[in-house]
Design a binder for this molecule. Structure first.
Ligand code: ZN
Length: 154
């Protein structure tokens, strides 16, 4: 199966139709907005942290099926994990979306099944215009977490 159709695999359609963690977390510790003008995606990510642990995370906004499904998968996999583990996973996920060949995704401190589910997004490699759709919510998460670092060091 080649072409853009291959991107719209079952798990993407499922997350697109039934997004997980849509909305805003109750106790917002950090939040950030990501925008992808080329596609029209706008995603806000809110995070609730206890110490270094992401106890709750949610996304809101509008966008294409890829951006919504990726945001939904992102919130599912990083909920309950350490901030630095989420940041490490994003750097691996970004490579998954951009590099050719096998990219190793570490399962350390994460639910392995949810991590492996992210591999469906590797399909965007063939469509450079869609890479940002897949990484937008992750970039917003990273910005939220980094904003929290700055706030706590001030
Ligand atoms: Zn998009």
């Amino acid at each position: 199966m080649d072409g853009l159709g291959a991107l719209y695999q079952e798990s993407i359609l499922d997350h697109g139709k039934n997004p997980r963690n849509r909305g805003t977390v109750e106790n917002v510790t950090a939040e950030a907005l990501g925008a992808n003008p080329n596609c029209g995606d706008r995603i806000s990510v809110s995070v609730s942290l206890e110490g270094e642990t992401i106890t709750d995370v949610a996304f809101d906004g509008q966008g294409c099926a890829i951006s919504m499904a990726s945001a939904s998968m992102m919130t599912e996999v990083v909920k309950g994990v350490e901030a630095k583990v989420a940041e490490r996973l994003f750097s691996e996920f970004r490579r998954l979306c951009t590099e050719a060949g096998d990219v190793e995704l570490s399962h350390d401190g994460l639910d392995g099944d949810l991590v492996e589910q992210l591999r469906v997004m590797a399909g965007v490699r063939q469509f450079p215009g869609r890479i940002k759709c897949a990484t937008l919510s992750w970039a917003a998460l990273e910005a939220a977490l980094q904003g929290r670092d700055q706030a706590s060091s001030e």
